[in-house]
Design a binder for this molecule. Structure first.
Ligand code: CAO
Length: 415
């Protein structure tokens, strides 16, 4: 079976996390992703957080599946010529260097257009145009600047960043969508274009509901689904909402049996309005179904703290999986707090290819997250990440270089 992006060639200048997640997705959809790295060193993540000496780290291997690696010195004049040949042969250049680095290499948008007017140039940057456009940015900086940190955590504590890499991997996803959209437009126009995904913008896009709440707060001064209501104070900006649900169906994280020793013995419980009577039955508070203080969503809002405390008395008598099983029988929305250990061992995730075991020639077997997006006509086969420069000769030969030329370029330090 073919792949959705068969025939698309990507010149992958990405490093660390944000850019590599984007090109990994494109590779999983069938694009030929040629990762250009610095000879001798490569993507800095190859050596970061290593768990086995001198072996590519899990950080690197889990972000660079299905790619080919070539080493080219982009500051060497002959190395630049090789890159020019690659630009002419590829459809998309993806990069996430610090602002200006591509220009400093001599590959301005204008120069790339001269070489290949069909080339799509896609970039991750920390910020879009504005006061911070020249700043270098990592994940947590983006979470802070994009509104996630100020709205995450509890009211009486400091801002908190989330473990989900919404700044890096989130922006990589945004960029991947921009790239396939530009490829689609190119089928009509014949022209390439620039695609920019700024990490601050990507995080803010994922925090869209918090900008909604900012405007609600300014209009009404209060947001009744927030834990600050009715006893706490609202300030001028959207406060941290703890574990409250974002929408109109109140939810909270509740203790389950074993919480005293297991940090993840918790369940997320949503008091969805249509199943309120069933919730009352399950927790043994049948009278709440008709009591005017509890029977309607509006009546419950000022009492959510007490309501969740009562529900928790019930959830604490069950482990999170038992609670999940019982609640699901009644269509009560809930979810166990799963640890990474539990996720790694979950057979259904292995079955769907969301968790995949990969074999690597130097590290042996390891687990990775496979493609979370499943296409029925373009199934993903997760292949190990490349060793540094593993495909230099192969790609050079495809560009038309003879073995003698390749060897001369190697001696000159260009590749
Ligand atoms: N051969 C020779 N030189 C190379 C090369 C190659 N193959 N590949 C890269 N380089 C050079 C670049 O030309 C650049 O040189 P100059 O600074 O002289 O122009 C240099 O290596 C390093 O680029 P960088 O500034 O991007 O790297 P850094 O480690 O200093 O910064 C980061 C890293 C992530 C902060 C920065 O790249 C950045 O802000 N990127 C955009 C935002 C982003 O993606 N952040 C998420 C990262 S994941 O958490």
């Amino acid at each position: 079976m073919g792949k959705a992006l068969d025939g698309v060639r990507i010149l992958d200048f990405t490093h660390v996390q944000s850019g590599p997640t984007c090109t990994q997705l494109l590779a999983w959809f069938g694009a030929d992703v040629i990762k250009v790295e610095r000879a001798g060193a490569g993507d800095i993540t190859r050596e970061q957080l290593r768990d086995i000496p001198d072996v590519d780290s899990l950080y690197f291997t889990m972000l660079n599946h299905n790619k080919r690696s070539v080493t080219i010195d982009t500051k060497n004049p002959e190395g630049k010529q090789v890159l020019e040949a690659l630009i002419q042969k590829c459809d998309v250049l993806v990069e996430n260097f610090a602002p200006g680095a591509l220009d400093r290499m001599g590959f301005t948008w204008e120069r790339i257009q001269e070489l290949n007017p069909r080339m799509i140039v896609a970039s991750v940057k920390g910020f879009g145009p504005g006061p911070y456009e020249d700043c270098k940015v990592y994940e947590n900086v983006a979470q802070c600047a994009g509104g996630a940190a100020s709205t995450t955590g509890f009211d009486d504590g400091p801002p908190v960043v989330t473990g989900a890499q919404i700044g890096d991997s989130g922006t990589g996803l945004h960029l991947a969508l921009g790239i396939v959209t530009a490829l689609y437009q190119r089928t009509q126009t014949g022209r390439g274009q620039r695609v920019l995904a700024a990490m601050q913008d990507g995080v803010l896009n994922l925090c869209r509901v918090k900008l909604r709440d900012q405007q609600r707060l300014e209009r009404t001064g209060v947001m009744k689904e927030y834990p600050q209501y009715p006893n706490g104070k609202f300030g001028e900006a959207v406060p941290r909402a703890g574990n409250a649900s974002g929408g109109g169906q109140p939810g909270w994280i509740l203790k389950c049996k074993g919480w005293e020793t297991d940090p993840n013995a918790y369940i997320y419980f949503i008091t969805q309005a249509p199943v309120w009577a069933k919730i009352c039955n399950v927790i043994g508070k049948e009278e709440w179904a008709t009591d005017p203080d509890y029977a309607t969503p509006a009546a419950r809002l000022p009492r959510l703290k007490d309501i969740f405390a009562e529900i928790e008395r019930w959830t604490m008598t069950k482990n999170k999986f038992e609670a999940m099983q019982i609640l699901n029988k009644y269509d009560i929305p809930c979810g166990p707090i799963l640890s990474m250990k539990e996720i790694a061992e979950e057979p259904s995730l292995r079955k769907t290819g969301t968790i995949v075991e990969v074999d690597h020639p130097m590290r042996g077997k390891y687990l990775t997250v496979g493609n979370p997006i499943k296409l029925s006509d373009s199934p993903t086969e997760v292949k190990r990440s490349p060793l540094l420069g593993e495909h230099t000769d192969e790609v050079m030969a495809e560009l038309g270089y003879s073995p003698e030329q390749i060897s001369a370029l190697r001696t000159a330090g260009a590749i």
